[in-house]
Design a protein around this ligand. Structure first.
Ligand code: SF4
Length: 753
């Protein structure tokens, strides 16, 4: 079930040959990132020295992984591609649709009932097309991938923005939209702009309260949510080699929060130990055979500033535990400064809930270290003041930590074990009282803390920290508690201090599991029926989008000028909407409902230019669609940051939005828009954003001569009879222009198949 040793042998046979070819054309020592990228050039990509940040390059990934929310649309699209089997090993993981409410067993059985038609669809479509299927309860995609499929020197794409988790095991693993996954499963190359490279040199060694999570919390503070855009972050140095493979996974996972294309560590003894510990000694043996190719060249690491576009150095011995937030993951506070920040900013100091787990921090090591604190709470007669939940990353981890007594320890502290799934991390949290929208604080070991993400309450101040710090603060029930220096009063009135957490990187008795939750596909799926009920309100077979009409676009309406942060959560909200991920018409009713209208500072309230009345964004756009009028969306900086969901691109396309014009884009969302045949444009002069008025009528000119590197022209006709012409840049290459012309990338694939 677990890994495809023959595929890996083939990759490892090719790797030295391809790297040798790359050396000749690049003519200088190579980083690890370059080695893996060059080893995965597609057949058609001639060996050449690619320009970082500008060259578009075709790659051939080794694997595809999909989570259940995004897999629905990816596989509905794949069904349109005319193939009988997937071209590369692929898996589906049922983790996003399980709502956390009471505890693991009850929540899981409720989810199986509630999501039956989706699970049946995913199981049947996987069975038909040769895709491995991980059932609900089997675990969170990235943890399952790390345990079973990630391998050093490999390349994977995944329909989830935290796919980079596998970088902890030396894999280039990149989050993409379902349309990209569909291409690779159909056997087409996958295109990526050759990334810039950020090197992070880690010196020293972690100790005491500091954990791998603190490395990425610190990096997020340095680089901010935009600082990694277009770059791959490569970690190296003695400090890197001292981290466990799962700790490295945590760092790579949360690299998504700095906008990085992905993050990666080289192959080392810790990687080998993890591979062996998860039943893959044969892969470790193969990797040992080509170890020099699974790390950067020594010259690179000796003088990193000559080979990386940016270098950051962090001394792990001096690194403090961090708490990041609220509302953004890059607001980084060393624990020694956090209490003062809480007081100065007036954030609610009382901590309501501490949550550990998620794909970011749910390894055996994480849980064992958090459990060591829970045990202290019990031994020192401390009663946890906050609610406390634990999400194991996989059934294998859950079974093993249960066997080793950690779940009992959490139970004694009053913790609740949730299903092996995303749960509160993606808003699947039936949090009692959240609807009252009271100001409150929570702290999690997850990766994202945007407003409303966990419980839908905009007043929930969500902070991110390591599982150890989350546990300590949950015991204290107080955000201003610093476990490194402060004491707590126990039930007998004594002052007690929490000792440093302790844990194990890997279980001494090895991992164990009774039923990992895997279902292999049929060897021949030709007679397997894919289950989609025509009456379903959760699944809908797709129709093709119309091709471009061949002329410039005239007379468009301004749907919304979005102000400030507009993530894919704002464009296509998660939480209750997750259930419509396989039904484009229904999920389109959440389009842009979280975006702030620049003209009235309200969400989900825009002026309908046909009636003059204010209405909800999706309803207004449906009115334009019904009238046969196109529209555009204007946005601010880093538009579409966050999750990789292509729904955020498909919904506007489906409802008749023709272009998104913004100050800047997040990479994945920009690509998703292109795939769906939308125009993704940026202001040549970002200040032009201010010129746009609410009642404007808009033309987009230059489409008949649409060409790479040639800006388009957008004319805003104002209500007073004046107009402004704005230069709109784009990053379309010739192939992507063909997607636009055909109406979508899928339309082109289908034509070729
Ligand atoms: S970040 Fe959260 S929602 Fe996304 S895969 Fe990880 S656990 Fe699931």
């Amino acid at each position: 079930m677990a890994f495809d040793i023959e595929m890996i042998k083939e990759v490892y046979a090719q790797t030295p040959v391809r790297i040798a070819a790359a050396r000749k054309v690049v003519g200088k020592p190579l980083t690890l990132t370059e080695k893996i990228l060059y080893a995965h050039l597609s057949e058609g990509a001639a060996s050449q020295a690619f320009k970082r940040g500008t060259s578009y390059v075709d790659f051939q990934p080794d694997r595809v992984a999909m989570q259940d929310a995004t897999a629905q649309m990816a596989l509905l699209q794949f069904m349109q591609a005319g193939r009988s089997q997937v071209a590369v090993p692929s898996t589906v993981h049922c983790d996003h649709l399980i709502q956390a409410e009471i505890g693991a067993d009850k929540d899981l059985s409720k989810a199986k009932d509630k999501n039956k038609e989706v699970y049946d669809f995913l199981a049947s479509v996987s069975n038909k097309y040769g895709i491995g299927f991980w059932k609900p309860g089997a675990g969170i995609i990235h943890q399952v991938v790390l345990e079973n499929y990630a391998f050093p020197g490999g390349m994977m794409i995944g329909t989830d923005s935290h796919t980079p988790n596998a970088g902890g095991l030396g894999m280039i693993a990149i989050g993409v939209g379902g349309a990209d996954a569909c291409d690779v499963m159909a056997g087409l190359p996958w295109e990526l702009k050759f990334p810039k490279l950020i090197g992070v040199k880690l010196t020293g060694k972690l100790s005491g309260w500091t954990a791998a999570k603190d490395v990425i919390l610190k990096v997020a503070g340095i680089l901010t949510v935009k600082g990694g855009t277009g770059a791959i972050v490569e970690y190296f140095g003695e400090g890197a080699r001292s981290l466990s493979a799962t700790g490295k996974g945590t760092i790579c996972n949360m690299g998504a929060e700095i906008g990085a294309t992905t993050s990666i560590f080289g192959y080392d003894e810790k990687s080998a130990a993890y591979l062996s510990g998860t039943g893959r000694s044969d892969i470790a043996a193969l990797a040992n055979g080509i170890a020099e190719h699974l790390t950067g060249d020594p010259e690179v690491y000796a003088q990193p500033e000559l080979y990386f576009d940016q270098v950051i150095e962090i001394n792990l011995s001096e690194l403090e535990p961090h708490v990041n937030g609220p509302f953004t993951p890059d607001l980084a506070w060393p624990i020694s400064k956090f209490a003062a920040a809480v007081r100065e900013n007036g954030w609610p100091a009382k901590l309501d809930v501490g949550l550990i787990g998620s794909c970011t921090n749910s390894s055996y090591e994480d849980i064992s270290r958090a459990a060591s604190l829970a045990q202290q709470a019990v031994d020192k007669k401390l009663v946890a003041k906050s609610e406390y939940t634990i999400t194991p990353g996989s059934e294998q981890v859950r079974f093993t930590v249960a066997r080793d007594g950690f779940l009992d320890t959490f139970d004694k502290m009053g913790g609740v074990v949730l299903a092996n799934a995303c749960g509160p991390c993606i808003g699947q949290w039936a949090r009692h009282g959240a609807e009252k929208q009271e100001r409150n604080s929570i702290i999690t070991s997850f990766n994202r803390n945007f407003a409303k993400r966990a419980d839908g309450n905009p007043n929930t101040h969500s902070f991110v920290a390591s599982p150890e710090i989350v546990t300590a603060l949950a015991i204290a029930g107080d955000l201003t508690f610093n476990p490194l220096t402060d004491t707590l009063t126990n039930s007998e009135g004594n002052q007690v201090r929490l000792d440093e957490p302790r844990g194990l990187e890997l279980p001494t008795k090895g991992f164990a599991v009774e039923d990992a939750g895997y279902q292999a596909p049929a060897a021949d799926g030709s007679t397997v029926q894919v289950l989609v009920a025509p009456t379903s309100d959760r699944l809908q077979l797709l129709d093709s989008f119309a091709a471009w009409e061949g002329v410039d676009l005239k007379g468009l309406k301004l749907l919304i000028k979005a102000k400030g942060k507009c993530t894919t959560d704002h464009i296509s909200m998660a939480g209750p909407w997750l259930k419509y991920r396989g039904h484009l018409d229904n999920i389109s009713n959440n389009m842009l409902i979280g975006a702030v209208n620049a003209y009235n500072d309200a969400t989900n309230s825009v002026k309908n230019q046909l009636t003059g009345a204010y209405g909800e964004v999706p309803a207004t756009q449906r009115a334009y669609k019904a009238a046969g009028i196109g529209s555009i969306v204007v946005g601010d900086e880093n538009y579409g940051e966050g999750s990789s969901r292509e729904h955020a691109a498909m919904e506007p396309r489906f409802l008749g939005v023709r272009a998104i014009l913004v100050k800047s884009f997040a990479r994945i969302h920009e690509t998703n828009l292109k795939k769906q045949g939308m125009l993704a444009l940026t202001f040549a002069n970002p200040a032009d954003y201010d010129l746009i008025q609410e009642n404007d009528v808009i033309d987009i000119n230059g489409l008949t001569t649409f060409a790479p590197g040639k800006p388009l022209e957008v004319v805003f006709h104002h209500a007073n009879g004046t107009s402004h012409t704005v230069v709109a840049n784009h990053t379309y290459n010739q192939g992507q222009i063909e997607w636009f012309k055909a109406g979508s990338a899928l339309n082109l694939i289908k034509a070729k198949a």
